[in-house]
Design a protein around this ligand. Structure first.
Ligand SMILES: *[C@@H]1O[C@H](CO)[C@@H](O)[C@H](O)[C@H]1NC(C)=O
Ligand SMILES: *[C@@H]1O[C@H](CO)[C@@H](O)[C@H](O)[C@H]1NC(C)=O
Ligand SMILES: *[C@@H]1O[C@H](CO)[C@@H](O)[C@H](O)[C@H]1NC(C)=O
Ligand SMILES: *[C@@H]1O[C@H](CO)[C@@H](O)[C@H](O)[C@H]1NC(C)=O
Length: 302
């Protein structure tokens, strides 16, 4: 019943945006390839045009360090292979080139901050992709028995793994369904195959956690228009709301905490390495006083 108006609104918004886009932002309407005519996605552009292997090395220079816990695991081809699956849906390909760069930096900032192994000087930002799994998980802590849809498999553990430290049977179940892998029976895939680990993380970025909520992608690139309730909850399009969606009250709505700041710092730092000045990082970088979309007491295993 409610789908129609929402879809119509989205279409109007897309049309309006397509019309509004000019040469300024490097956007152009196109009529070939997987982009449909009039789409905002620019012809033939993909992430490899602006994100090269050397950028990946610069963003994650210490990932093979002797103290890194996932040395030799994460690599550029894995990221590119995973990203390619989501480019037709707009990942890194929405809007002009600068928006593409910003989205890749924003997504990787989440991954880098979560998988960092600490604040080692001189450069605490250099330690992303140090982990591929949570190191000392509590036994059996990550099984929510009340979830009937995605039951835990006896003997397996659903602690944090992969690029977003995906945890809990519910999340393994739903993301596995999304990327067409049986992660409930094989959670270890996310620590054995870097392409799948990136795929799971990008799927989460591209997909709303709940119906009628924006995906991190939509909140970031501006596809999402906040409702009155969102505005009252201080949720605006931008990097801050991606943290709300991806991490919820683990880092949002608690003021300027260290962990939230650290995620923002990764974003700004990665942008710089990719040649975008911090002044172009977009508005609403933080989620310090945002009301979270999914409070953890309600969203876990729901
Ligand atoms: C890290 O290891 C990966 C996988 O073995 C390799 O492709 C990459 O070149 C290495 N990078 C650095 C900075 O050592
Ligand atoms: C992205 O662009 C590169 C260089 O043009 C090309 O080799 C590659 O096949 C493209 N990838 C996808 C998924 O379109
Ligand atoms: C990782 O998963 C991808 C996607 O399913 C697959 O194509 C690739 O062969 C796997 N790599 C390894 C080393 O198993
Ligand atoms: C986080 O950043 C804000 C703004 O830059 C700053 O005022 C605050 O002190 C920082 N918080 C922590 C815990 O470092």
């Amino acid at each position: 019943m409610r789908r129609a108006p929402a879809a119509a609104f989205l279409l109007l918004a897309l049309l309006a945006a397509a019309e509004a886009s000019g040469p300024e932002g490097g956007e152009q309407a196109c009529d070939k390839g997987w982009e449909r005519s009039g789409s905002r996605l620019c012809c033939k552009r993909n992430i490899t045009d602006f994100f090269k292997a050397r950028h990946f090395e610069e963003l994650f220079p210490r990932r093979n360090d002797t103290i890194a816990h996932a040395a030799g695991f994460w690599d550029y081809p894995a990221f590119i292979a995973a990203a390619a699956l989501f480019e037709p849906r707009g990942f890194g390909t929405t809007g002009g080139k600068e928006m593409g760069v910003r989205e890749v930096a924003a997504f990787l900032a989440h991954v880098g901050a979560i998988t960092s192994c600490g604040r080692f000087y001189p450069n605490p930002m250099a330690w992303g992709l140090c982990y591929k799994r949570e190191m000392s998980p509590y036994q059996n802590f990550y099984c929510d028995d009340s979830n009937e849809l995605y039951r835990c498999v006896e003997g397996l553990q659903y602690y944090g793994r992969g690029g977003e430290a995906l945890f809990l049977n519910y999340n393994y179940g739903i993301i596995g369904k999304g990327i067409k892998q049986d992660l409930l029976s094989h959670p270890e895939l996310l620590q054995q195959n870097a392409t799948l680990a990136f795929e799971a993380a990008i799927w989460r970025w591209m997909t709303p956690v709940k119906w009628r909520q924006p995906s991190a992608h939509d909140a970031f690139v501006g596809n999402w228009k906040p409702s009155k309730n969102d505005l009252l909850s201080k949720r605006y399009p931008g990097f801050g709301t991606t943290m709300n969606i991806m991490r919820g009250d683990r880092i949002c709505g608690q003021g300027f905490t260290d962990e939230m700041n650290n995620t923002i710092s990764h974003y700004i730092y990665y942008l710089g390495l990719m040649g975008v000045n911090h002044e172009h990082s977009g508005r609403s970088l933080d989620c310090a006083d945002q009301v979270v979309f999914n409070p953890s007491s309600k969203s876990l295993g729901s």
